[in-house]
Design a protein around this ligand. Sequence first.
Ligand SMILES: [Zn+2]
Ligand SMILES: [Zn+2]
Length: 284
Amino acid sequence: MSDFVALLGVKGGPAIRPGSNMPTSILLSLAGKKILVDAGLGVSKSVCDQGVALTAIDAILVTHMHSDHYLELGPLLHTAWTAGLNRPVPVYGPPRLAQYWRAFLTSMEDDIALRIEDEGRPDLARLVELLAIPETGPINLGGITVHALENAHPPVRPSYAFRFEARDKRIVLSGDTAPIQAMAEFARGADLLVHEAMLIEGVDALMAHMTNGDDRLRIHILRSHTDAEDAGRIATEAGVKHLALNHFVPDGIPGFSESHWEAAVRRTWDGPLTLGRDGLRIAL
Ligand SMILES: [Zn+2]
Ligand SMILES: [Zn+2]
């Protein structure tokens, strides 16, 4: 299978609604490896929809501890296990992700013990290794080098962007972040930059759909995400070869179509552009 980046879920934020995309996950097929970045709701089905077995995932990286990026991590790993997983899977993420994983195992301990005893399965806890993203130095995934950049997603810390380098390919994923100068450096000359994007004018429309939050959510969104126009500016400054947008805020709210996103990003970016949608595969 040739190299690709599949945008499995492109919606920003955890809520889904009729007509919306699904929360965030991205599958990379690179240098013979399958790497999953983030595990938002729907990820297990979306990996299979790409024709990729859950047991074929070589490594998982989680950008930060917001549920739209890891809510389905436990169910994904558990389902890979019941689908025949028989080799270790490293999971890299913020240090607290290990606590989530332990608690997930506890929540499923009856089922897991039963399947070990009654079906002869290996111990799931031993198959999954939770690793903190190192503060310095890249992660080596056998033919793929992954550099992490701590981005700006207050109040969540740490929160990461990742750059994948394999042979002659460089792919940068922004993660959830406010616009930062360091991203342009980090993405310099990349073959593909997948950057998160919001439409500021859409945030007020989104707030009208919130029935259990207050203005703090609006303030959080505006200070911790990147306007589509700024995403284009960063791509231009970095001189990337292709810009794709994901983590759309708003998503699934009436009144905002692809033309709104395109108009915003075209103010600052005139190169190849992909507006992400669930399941969209970008060939590398
Ligand atoms: Zn998010
Ligand atoms: Zn976030």
